[in-house]
Design a protein around this ligand. Structure first.
Ligand code: TTP
Ligand code: MG
Length: 382
């Protein structure tokens, strides 16, 4: 019998804006918009109060001003958000030794094996929300499901401050009525092509003959149909085990001009740099990925002599790569990734010690929470 997996996805609510409301009580309950305030800046995120006016991430600031002139506009304070992110990561690691951070404010946690120890694994959802609230003063939304796809979808269903469990037996019925656009990795163009064929919901896609999907979705057809059926066997992979580490963003509205794109790339560099440093890694190759509004895909890579992990170093390479491209077309997606990863610092032995120490600390925390038996019963047999 296949053992049931328990995957949790945790995502902070309106993260940057919530931190601003936390630090400035006078902002609470009001529309708060965080982002680049200079001429061509874009919105990083906004509070739920601002979302009612139609403001969203990656929107040009000028548009946000038009939609919600009364909002409080704040220049992002990345260092502060990283500080909070570090605290959240500590909490994640207290709940599972297998944590895959996706960005500064979200992660997958593999809780498989906890059933013998924690009793009801589903009770860990409210517990992690409570720990986050108590230790950071912020709210998170949590999804708990048998795989990554369903867990991420679940955490998004009742945002903000949501908690959604999708049990294996409920998965098909829960996702069937949702629009196909909810499937992560399915782009706008594929959604439009499916809609043209009358396939609007995930349920319709799940029931569709796979031969019909191949011409529309290409090599991803089978994977996407699996997702529509609620299936996803991808493991939770901690950053330390990755071959490359990156972040990309598809913008709700195409970005125009190199300056605007560089602003968005700086955001991405900070996120990638942060993940590298959290994982104790540096990288030797930097790659810039650009998808234009007409779906033309361009990538440029550079190797560096000294492995890097600092945001500014990463951005310097990205600037050099950006100069190799023409920015005459609108940009739909930007990505930054770093590969050929090596342990940060030249003293690899010292780092091994550090890793071992970190692992032992995580295990001690687990033992304290669930008793000495956790190691033997919990993670031995995966
Ligand atoms: P998200 O989790 O996508 O958004 P959010 O936390 O602000 O709101 P939600 O409640 O919907 O989860 O992103 C996390 C942070 O990353 C966000 O607070 C700001 C930053 N970010 C950008 O800087 N640019 C972007 O385009 C996006 C999507 C996020
Ligand atoms: Mg979030």
């Amino acid at each position: 019998m296949v053992r049931q997996r328990y995957i949790m996805h945790v995502d902070m609510d309106a993260f940057f804006a919530s931190v601003e409301q936390l630090d400035h009580p006078e902002y609470r309950g009001k529309p708060v918009i965080v982002g680049g305030l200079s001429g061509r800046g874009v919105v990083s995120t906004c509070s739920y109060e601002a979302r009612k006016f139609g403001v969203h991430s990656a929107m040009p600031m000028a548009t946000a001003h038009r939609l919600c002139p009364q909002a409080i506009y704040v220049q992002g304070r990345y260092g502060r958000y990283q500080e909070v992110s570090r605290e959240i990561r500590k909490i994640f690691q207290e709940f599972s030794p297998l944590v895959e951070p996706l960005s500064i404010d979200e992660a997958f946690l593999d809780l498989t094996g906890m059933e013998a120890l924690a009793g009801d694994v589903y009770a860990l959802g409210p517990k992690i929300k409570q720990a986050i609230r108590e230790r950071t003063g912020l709210t998170a939304s949590v999804g708990l499901a048998p795989n990554k796809f369903l867990a991420k979808l679940a955490s998004d269903l009742r945002k903000p401050d949501g908690m959604v469990i999708i049990r294996p037996e409920e998965a098909a019925a829960t996702i069937a009525p949702l629009p196909v656009g909810r499937i992560f990795g399915l782009g706008q163009r594929s959604v439009a092509a499916l809609e043209k064929m009358g396939i609007r919901t995930i349920g319709q896609l799940a029931a569709c003959d796979p031969r019909l999907l191949r011409p529309l979705l290409g090599k991803n057809a089978e994977e996407i149909r699996n997702r529509a059926q609620g299936l996803d066997s991808r493991p939770v992979v901690p950053d330390e085990q990755r071959k490359s580490l990156g972040k990309e963003n598809t913008f709700p509205v195409d970005l125009v001009g190199m300056e605007t794109c560089l602003g968005a790339l700086w955001d991405l560099c900070q996120q990638v740099g942060w993940r590298l440093r959290c994982a104790g890694l540096s990288g030797c190759t930097v790659t810039l990925k650009v998808k234009t509004g007409t779906f033309q895909l361009l990538t440029r890579s550079r190797m560096v002599e000294e492995p890097l992990s600092q945001d500014e170093e990463l951005m310097e390479q990205i600037r050099l790569l950006a100069r190799q491209l023409s920015w005459s077309q609108p940009v739909r997606l930007l990505g930054v990734s770093v590969s050929h990863l090596v342990p940060a610092g030249s003293q690899s032995l010292a780092l091994d010690d550090e890793r071992r120490q970190k692992r032992n600390q995580a295990l001690d925390a687990l033992k304290q929470r669930f008793g000495e038996d956790i190691i033997r019963k919990g993670w031995g047999k995966r």
